[in-house]
Design a protein around this ligand. Structure first.
Ligand SMILES: [Zn+2]
Length: 455
């Protein structure tokens, strides 16, 4: 039985889906105005892996991850480049899919975008207004927090505490500092849509309430995202959805911890971000996946060169074992299911059923990998490989990718080529470059260094 720590109750609970055998899950996706950074990659990888684990455990999963394709940051970035917000968003959605593919993240069942749901958003806000949860002021529509009795339940805050210290900005005309925007009146130069409240655009929180109810229904099983979204984003999503639907919206709330750099949260506003593209170039996708999954998803993790090198060598241990097995027993084998396999499988399921305890899962993997390195028993090796392949369904590594341990050999060849260039033996230098290219390594020379990467 899978157990999940539910942010709403603060407890580890048995996972019982609304419909037996089926899971409906929504994960807040990126705002597409820039390349994604390692902090954005954590929920994407962790919940991709969790979704695969649910499938491994026999559930059929409908997985929704949105793209926020209209907001202040997108408008500012598009204006700076003098292009439309659509063009900018399209570009970064494409870049996201490129990184996600390299990272082994499977596409969601649905990837809705805010601007495709404006009609549904308008209908949803109209419902809230009819039911007395929303009010109109000077072109904007606000959610009336005082009308929703359990506001604060998800983030475990009391509205009265939140009110003290909160204030209403001069340009806002809301009744209560906690009220938040559902619909924003159009400003000049911004994209806008017609609505019963005049030209305008949706606020941020409303999109997730609308896209999830359109695609998953008014109640569903799991809502996930980074724990920086608990307040206000998820608190507000929950208020909107339950106010409109008049029933419980989400049964389990899962939140991943933040990634920090030198103890500060990785974020664009702090300016300490490491792009996924860059991390993939430097460390490779398997090391990055290893790094993102090796700590428990709820714990904070530190991002540093040392941590990444550790992850790279940790993945290398698994890849080494796979290489050894492939060398020693060759291609496919007929495998007889036995006690050894059943026991290991049970241990793995026990670890991951317990709130998706991936550190425990990896300690089992390292134990079995050690077994593989110590034995010459071909039958045993074949079984270990079968288990590793089976578990890779949710780990999502690319075992076919060149082992990171080959990197050291590439370094040596790149150095030999540089030596050849220094002594002006360009023929030899070009030959090494061509041979490396055939092996899937691209070399680029700049004025003072040579960099290389796997193609
Ligand atoms: Zn959201």
């Amino acid at each position: 039985m899978i157990r999940i720590t539910n942010t709403l109750t603060g407890k580890k609970e048995k996972f019982i889906p609304l419909k037996a055998g089926k899971v409906k899950m929504y994960v807040c996706g990126p705002t597409v105005y820039n390349m994604i950074h390692v902090g954005n990659a954590r929920p994407a990888v962790v919940f991709d892996s969790f979704r695969r684990y649910l499938e491994y455990r026999g559930y059929s999963v409908t997985y929704v991850q949105n793209f926020t394709d209209i907001d202040d940051k997108i408008i500012t970035a598009a204006n700076e480049e003098k292009i439309s917000t659509k063009k900018l968003a399209d570009r970064y959605v494409a870049e996201y899919f490129k990184d996600a593919c390299t990272l082994g993240i499977r596409p969601a069942t649905f990837h809705p975008r805010t601007t495709d749901f404006v009609d549904e958003i308008i209908a949803f806000i109209s419902d809230l207004q009819k039911k007395g949860f929303a009010y109109f002021r000077n072109g904007d529509v606000y959610f009336d927090v005082s009308a929703f009795k359990s506001y604060g339940a998800l983030s475990h805050r009391k509205p009265s505490d939140m009110r003290s210290g909160a204030r209403i900005e001069i340009n806002e005309s809301k009744d209560d500092p906690l009220d938040f925007t559902l619909w924003k009146a159009a400003k000049t130069g911004e994209p806008s849509w017609e609505s019963p409240w005049g030209e305008g655009r949706p606020g941020w929180h409303i999109e997730c309430s609308v896209m999830s109810s359109t695609l998953l229904g008014d109640s569903f099983d799991i809502h996930a995202g980074g724990n920086d979204l608990i307040f206000p984003h998820h608190e507000n999503e929950r208020a909107q959805s339950e106010a409109r639907n008049g029933k419980k919206w989400v049964n389990y709330w899962m939140h991943n911890g933040m990634i920090s750099v030198k103890s500060e949260k990785m974020s664009k506003s702090v300016g300490n971000i490491f792009n996924v593209r860059e991390a993939l170039r430097v460390y490779g996708s398997n090391a990055l996946r290893m790094y993102l999954l090796s700590k428990h998803y709820r714990s904070p993790i530190e991002f540093s060169a040392e941590r990444m090198e550790e992850s790279k060598s940790a993945y290398g241990r698994i890849a080494n074992a796979m290489d050894k097995i492939n060398r020693e027993i060759g291609e496919c084998q007929r495998i007889e299911e036995d006690e050894f396999m059943r026991e290991w499988r049970t241990r793995m399921i026990e670890a991951l059923d317990d709130d998706f305890n991936t550190p425990q899962a990896f300690s089992l993997i390292f134990e079995i990998v050690k077994n593989a390195l110590l034995t010459d028993d071909r039958d045993r090796l074949a079984k270990i490989r079968a288990l590793l392949m089976e578990w890779n369904y949710f780990l999502g590594f690319d075992f076919e990718k060149k082992s990171t341990n080959i990197d050291g050999f590439v370094e040596i060849l790149v150095k030999l080529r540089n030596d050849a260039r220094t002594r002006k033996d360009y023929e030899q230098a070009d030959e090494i470059r061509e041979k490396l290219k055939e092996l899937g390594v691209e070399i680029r020379d700049s004025s003072n260094e040579t960099i290389w990467r796997w193609l």
